[in-house]
Design a binder for this molecule. Structure first.
Ligand code: ATP
Ligand code: MG
Ligand code: FE
Length: 346
C-alpha cells in the first residue's frame, strides 16, 4: 500500500505491507514558510506539486518495490489546506487509475492514530483499542476516543482557537525566536524556570470545564505572554526569554496532559496515545508520562518520525480497511479541507 500525505507542509509518501513499514519519505517546504512565520497555503501547494513525483520515486526505491507491485494507493483527503490536499488527492487518483489499482481516501487525524501500528520496537505490545488519543500539531489539538481505526472514532474535544503548535510558533515570534518556534521554545525552556510566571490554563476553570471539558484554548495564553513581554519592554527591563519559554511550555503541557488524563478517567479507558509534531516537546512527554503513571494509564508515543505528518500512517489506515474487509473509496471522493474526524472512511 502506497500512502500519500499533502495536508500541510510535508509531502509524505510511505509504503507499508499491513503493519510493516517499508518506506517513509518526507519532503518538507518548512524552510520556504520560515520568513512568513507560518505555513503559507499557496506556497505549500506549489511545493507539493514539485516534490510529489521525486518523493514517490524515493519511497519506491527505499521499499525496493516497483509501481506495478503496489496493491493499492491511499491518500489523505482531509482535513487540511484545500489546495495542498488537492495536489495529493489528484496524484493518488491518477496513480490508481493508471495502475488500475484501488484508491483509498483516508482521514488525516485517523492517520495520526494509525501511525502507532507501524512502530517496530519488538518489545512493544500492539496497539489496543479503545484508546484515548491526543493529537497536537501546528494545525490540530484534538482529543479522540478511538474504538476502531476503520469505523468508530469520536471527537471528544478540540481547540476553539489556536492549535498548540501554532501557539508555540506565535509565542516564539514574540520572543524573537525563529520559525518553527516549537523546538526553539523547547530548547530555551530547558534553561528557564517554569514557575517564573503563572500563565493562564485555557478552559480549565470549573465553569469552563462544564461545557468544555475536553476542549482547548491557547489564544488567551498567547495574549498573556504578549502582555507580559510588552510590560517588561515598556519598563525598559530585559526579557528573560528562558523563564518565559519555560513558563509558557509548562502551561501548554499542563493543560494538554490534564485534559487527556481526565478523558481517560471519565471514559474509563486506561490507554492514551499521543500524536502530532508537538509530541516532540520534552515537557509534554515528561508530564504525560508522569500523570499517566499516577493514573494507571498506559501511555503510547510512536517514534517522532511517525508522529509528524507522513504518508506511511495514511497507508497503514488504508491497509487496516482492507484487512477489515472494507472496499475502496469512490474515485469521486475529493479533497475536503474540513473533513470531520468522525468520517473515518473518507
Ligand atoms: P498538521 O497540523 O496538519 O498535522 P503541521 O505541519 O502543522 O500539520 P506537524 O508537522 O505535525 O504539524 O508539527 C509541526 C508543529 O509542531 C509546529 O507548530 C512546531 O512548532 C511544533 N513542534 C515541533 N517540535 C516541537 C517541540 N519540541 N515543542 C513544541 N512544539 C513543537
Ligand atoms: Mg508540518
Ligand atoms: Fe498532521
Amino acid at each position: 500500500m502506497l500512502g500519500i500525505e499533502t495536508s500541510c507542509d510535508e509531502t509524505g509518501v510511505g509504503i507499508v505491507r499491513g503493519t510493516e513499514l517499508l518506506a517513509n519519505v518526507i519532503a518538507s517546504s518548512m524552510d520556504e514558510h520560515a520568513r512568513y512565520g507560518g505555513v503559507v497555503p499557496e506556497i505549500a501547494a506549489r511545493a507539493h506539486l514539485e516534490a510529489l513525483e521525486p518523493t514517490i520515486r524515493a519511497a519506491l526505491a527505499e521499499a525496493g518495490v516497483t509501481l506495478a507491485e503496489l496493491d493499492a494507493v491511499a491518500v489523505t483527503s482531509g482535513p487540511g489546506l484545500g489546495g495542498a490536499l488537492m495536489v495529493g488527492v489528484g496524484a493518488a487518483k491518477a496513480l490508481a487509475i493508471a495502475l488500475d489499482k484501488p484508491f483509498y481516501a483516508v482521514n488525516h487525524l485517523v492517520g495520526h492514530v494509525g501511525a502507532d501500528l507501524l512502530r517496530d520496537d519488538a518489545g512493544d505490545a500492539p496497539l489496543e483499542l479503545p484508546t484515548i488519543a491526543l493529537l497536537v500539531s501546528g494545525g490540530h489539538t484534538s482529543l479522540l476516543h478511538v474504538r476502531s481505526l476503520t469505523d468508530d472514532v469520536e471527537l471528544l474535544g478540540e481547540t476553539i482557537d489556536d492549535a498548540a503548535g501554532e501557539a508555540f510558533d506565535k509565542v516564539a515570534r514574540l520572543l524573537g525566536l525563529p520559525y518553527p518556534g516549537g523546538p526553539q521554545i523547547d530548547r530555551a525552556a530547558a534553561e528557564g524556570d517554569p514557575r517564573a510566571v503563572r500563565f493562564p490554563r485555557g478552559l480549565s476553570l470549573p465553569k469552563d470545564l462544564e461545557r468544555h471539558r475536553c476542549d482547548f484554548s491557547f489564544s488567551g495564553l498567547k495574549t498573556a505572554v504578549a502582555r507580559h513581554v510588552e510590560a517588561l519592554r515598556d519598563a525598559g527591563e530585559e526579557v528573560p526569554v528562558a523563564d518565559i519559554a519555560a513558563s509558557f511550555r509548562e502551561a501548554v503541557a499542563d493543560v494538554l496532559t490534564a485534559k487527556a488524563i481526565a478523558a481517560c478517567r471519565d471514559l474509563r479507558v486506561p490507554r492514551l496515545l499521543l500524536g502530532g509534531g508537538v509530541v516532540a516537546n520534552a515537557r509534554v512527554r515528561a508530564l504525560a508520562a508522569e500523570r499517566a503513571e499516577a493514573a494507571g494509564v498506559a501511555l503510547r508515543i510512536p517514534p517522532l518520525s511517525l508522529c509528524t505528518d507522513n504518508g506511511a500512517m495514511i497507508a497503514a489506515i488504508a491497509a487496516q480497511r482492507i484487512m477489515a474487509g472494507h472496499g475502496p473509496s469512490d474515485l469521486g471522493v475529493g479533497a475536503d479541507s474540513t473533513l470531520p474526524v468522525t468520517v473515518v472512511q473518507a
